[in-house]
Design a protein around this ligand. Structure first.
Ligand SMILES: Cc1cc2nc3c(=O)[nH]c(=O)nc-3n(C[C@H](O)[C@H](O)[C@H](O)COP(=O)(O)OP(=O)(O)OC[C@H]3O[C@@H](n4cnc5c(N)ncnc54)[C@H](O)[C@@H]3O)c2cc1C
Ligand code: FES
Ligand code: FES
Length: 471
């Protein structure tokens, strides 16, 4: 692995910037604003919620640019990458057509949110997606505007849908070097061999996207620390179909997972589209989501219901563990300090089964679940032939509901769901927290079973609470 101060660079708006003389661990946002004097990128919440800090990231290989929240990314994570800020999109003398459209459509008032919206808009215009209400709403779902209102913003975006508006990131050869920033050394291995060499260090932590861990940053900064960044390890980014299984590297981003499942597990699209925002989904990974061991993480219940297995890697080799045996308590799992999830084996849903993946949160977008439920069910002549239920927010860990499944198998569909609705309290033990009390969660969970009854018995498709009309 390369280690040289001179080689530590970030390409900002297609210009090479050396990372030297930085004596403290710093967010990408603070570095852009204070060291690079690029003040167009704003800080609002500093927690990934408002999008004011959005920038585009690219790897120098192709023209693909992805929006991320620069407040959630540490500078040490983007060594060797390309960053495009709003200044790189256009300026007063030579504005990008989208910036001109914002002026024309009165899409900005105080202007604080505007750079973030421009970045999100540009990422959509640069993508291969059609520009319509659906794709615009999704593209800007991680951006908050408090004074303009969203209609003029959507109008501005639509008005440039057919212009030649691509921005062209510079091509370069990415070098993922190590860098020391204050108390923290960032190691950026690019393969599992390099990773093995690092895990004999004393005080280290793994980091993938950092959308969870970086929120706890003050704790990490108190002592000398090594952060091992998993997100550049090529083996952890692999995606393969092996027979009836989808093999997914743990560092695959949520956004890339969303693209893959569009034809493999379409029932999962809505849940993943509601995962955070594009900025969070580009940065956050599947492995990171499972390893937060949060009882309300969105991915675990789906993978539990499909009976997925994890490949766990360490210097000693790789072992297989069922996801159902992974969690040991509130935010705890079986991993030893030097072990990582390297990949996940997900059995693809069978054709004669129905799959429902539902999430209930306080907001439609940009919010983790209060509760969630995945139902994987086979029905034969109105009898439940097989059923797998898994849920989030109903205990200290994401869980399968094996007892309830046993009670339901072999029973008449309608009667069996009614029994589950009446009996739900005896199968779950939710915690009370900031998102909801235990009592609220029990009632809401009951509601999801009523929804299941509507879908399967009354044949009412209540899959989406959001209906967009493109006209
Ligand atoms: C604004 C916002 C919105 C969010 N919305 C959602 C949402 O809708 N749904 C949801 O479920 N979550 C949500 N999250 C939480 C978070 O984004 C996800 O959990 C994300 O998937 C975490 O992945 P990461 O790669 O960023 O994890 P990181 O922060 O990098 O890591 C999380 C933990 O896992 C460990 N880790 C990471 N990868 C591995 C690995 N391969 N092996 C071993 N350990 C590992 C790290 O050491 C760390 O302890 C949101 C977060 C924010 C800030
Ligand atoms: S400052 Fe709000 S998302 Fe980064
Ligand atoms: S224009 Fe003021 S917050 Fe959006």
């Amino acid at each position: 692995m390369l280690y040289s101060e001179d080689l530590n660079v970030v390409y900002v708006n297609n210009e090479k910037r050396l990372l030297s003389n930085i004596d403290h661990d710093i967010t990408l946002l603070d570095w852009l604003r204070t060291n690079q004097k690029l003040k167009g990128t704003k800080e609002g919440c500093a927690e990934g919620d408002c999008g004011a800090c959005s920038v585009l990231v690219h790897d120098g290989l192709n023209s693909e640019v992805k929006p991320i929240n620069s407040c959630l990314v540490r500078l040490g994570q983007v060594v060797g990458k390309g960053i495009i800020t709003v200044e790189g999109v256009g300026n007063e003398k030579k504005p990008h057509p989208l910036q001109t459209a914002f002026i024309k459509e009165n899409a900005s008032q105080c202007g604080y949110c505007t750079p973030g919206f421009i970045i999100s808009g540009i990422s959509l215009l640069n993508s291969k997606k059609d520009v319509n209400d659906n794709s615009i709403n999704d593209a800007i779902s991680g951006n908050l505007c408090r004074c303009t209102g969203y209609s003029p913003i959507v109008k501005a975006l639509k008005s440039v849908a057919n212009n030649n508006k691509e921005i062209k990131p510079k091509h370069f050869v990415e070098q993922n070097n190590d860098i020391q920033l204050g108390m923290v050394t960032y190691c950026n291995p690019i393969n599992l061999g390099e990773l093995k060499q690092l895990t004999n260090k004393k005080n280290f932590r793994f980091l993938a996207g950092g959308t969870d861990l970086n929120l706890q940053r003050p704790i990490i900064n108190e002592v000398k620390n090594t952060i091992i960044n998993l997100s550049n390890i090529k083996e952890l980014k692999e995606i393969e179909i092996q027979g009836n299984n989808l093999l997914l590297g743990s560092a695959v981003s949520i956004e890339d997972f969303l693209e893959i499942i569009k034809d493999k597990i379409p029932e999962l699209i809505e849940l993943l589209q509601r995962f955070g925002s594009p900025q969070i989904r580009n940065q956050g990974t599947i492995g990171g989501n499972l390893c937060t061991s949060s009882p309300i993480g969105d991915i675990a219940p789906v993978l539990l219901a499909l009976n997925s297995k994890l490949n766990i890697f360490s210097r000693e080799g790789t072992k297989k563990v069922y996801l159902r045996d992974f969690y040991t308590g509130y935010r705890k799992n079986i991993l030893n300090k030097d072990e990582i999830i390297s990949s996940i084996e997900i059995p693809l849903p069978k054709k004669d089964y129905n799959l429902f993946c539902w999430k209930l949160s306080k907001r439609y977008d940009q919010d983790i679940s209060t509760i969630s439920l995945t139902v994987y069910i086979k029905i034969k002549d109105q009898i439940i032939d097989d059923i797998h239920l898994a849920a989030g927010g109903i205990a200290e860990i994401p869980k399968t509901l094996e007892g309830l499944c046993k009670d339901m198998i072999g029973q008449e569909l309608d009667k069996s769901i009614s029994l589950a609705i009446n009996d739900i309290k005896s199968h779950i033990k939710p915690i009370s927290d900031i998102r909801g009390t235990a009592d609220y969660r029990i009632e809401a969970f009951r509601g999801l079973f009523k929804r299941l009854q509507k879908c399967l018995v009354d044949d009412v498709n209540t899959l989406s609470i959001m209906e967009y009309n493109d006209e």
